[in-house]
Design a protein around this ligand. Sequence first.
Ligand code: FES
Length: 104
Amino acid sequence: MKVTWKLHDGREIVADVAAGTTLKDAGMANNVPHILGECGGCMSCATCHVVVDPEWGAAVGGPDDMENDILDTTEAPRQENSRLSCQITMSEALDGLKLLVPQG
Ligand code: FES
């Protein structure tokens, strides 16, 4: 299944991501800049911040309350579709997903 990370400078990184993989792990495995995942995915660092392409907002869904609080601590200001990519798990429904990577 394909995921595209759109970078601040216009470049795109496209990768095959297996179902069950978090998009934080997929981003790090594909050397996506600014996806650092410093806390390992335990939702305390906000260094896995991505902005979901508006077309994919409904499929991905919104953050829960705890994630919503952590999103207030991102280095780049949060946006309407901001998510922590450690909290998004790849599935068939997300094949073709596009994410924007805010400049950290
Ligand atoms: S990896 Fe730390 S909050 Fe996602």
